[in-house]
Design a protein around this ligand. Structure first.
Ligand SMILES: Cc1cc2nc3c(=O)[nH]c(=O)nc-3n(C[C@H](O)[C@H](O)[C@H](O)COP(=O)(O)O)c2cc1C
Length: 174
């Protein structure tokens, strides 16, 4: 099998997962900017990994335009919430109309404010402010997911680890 991992990362956590996975699978890994239709034709399995931005997997649609949608494709999403079945399903519903589209794996990433561009800082503040407003009205209505989301963005940290790749590795090495 000729496999490639393509990633889109803003602050490095998705890139770190993509590179760890490529090491474990001994396959090629490419930044999405270096991936085009010509490059795509060299491979027959694609793993696309993108970071979550306002519930969407960054770069996913552009990636899907470069490959045959019926080819062997596996998707990875990297975000703020801790990994859970429910969160993975939420990510799936926000990104795919067809529930059975592609195998999807979710990974918890990290936060590095120094690497965020100004527009993304503004975007993040808007998301955090809307959760905080909810809290001011009634602290009881904050879900565990809201609380975890807010605390994720308090300080610089990384949750990237090789152990988090276990599920996708089990699937790919079947
Ligand atoms: C503007 C912005 C919006 C985000 N939206 C989400 C989101 O909707 N869901 C989520 O789980 N994480 C969200 N995150 C968290 C990032 O996906 C997380 O920090 C990820 O590790 C970033 O990956 P990167 O380092 O590869 O860029 C958001 C982060 C930023 C800065």
């Amino acid at each position: 099998m000729n496999r490639v991992i393509v990633y889109q990362s803003k602050t490095g956590h998705t890139e770190a997962y993509a590179k760890l996975l490529a090491e474990r699978l001994n396959c090629k890994v490419l930044d999405s900017k270096a991936f085009n239709r010509n490059t795509a034709s060299e491979y027959n399995q694609y793993i696309f990994m993108g970071w979550l931005r306002a519930a969407k997997i960054a770069g996913l649609n552009a990636f899907l335009r470069k490959v045959d949608p019926d080819s062997n494709i596996v998707i990875g999403a990297v975000g703020a919430s801790p990994k859970s079945h429910d969160y993975t399903e939420k990510v799936r519903n926000a990104n795919f109309q067809d529930k059975n589209s592609y195998p999807l794996y979710y990974f918890q990433g990290g936060f590095d404010p120094e690497k965020l561009t100004f527009p993304l800082k503004v975007m993040l503040k808007k998301v955090a402010d809307s959760i905080k407003k909810k809290q001011e009205k009634n602290p009881e209505i904050l879900t565990d997911e809201d609380k975890e989301f807010l605390s994720f963005f308090q300080n610089k940290h990384s949750e990237v680890s090789e152990e988090n790749l276990e599920d996708i590795l089990n699937y790919l090495q079947e």
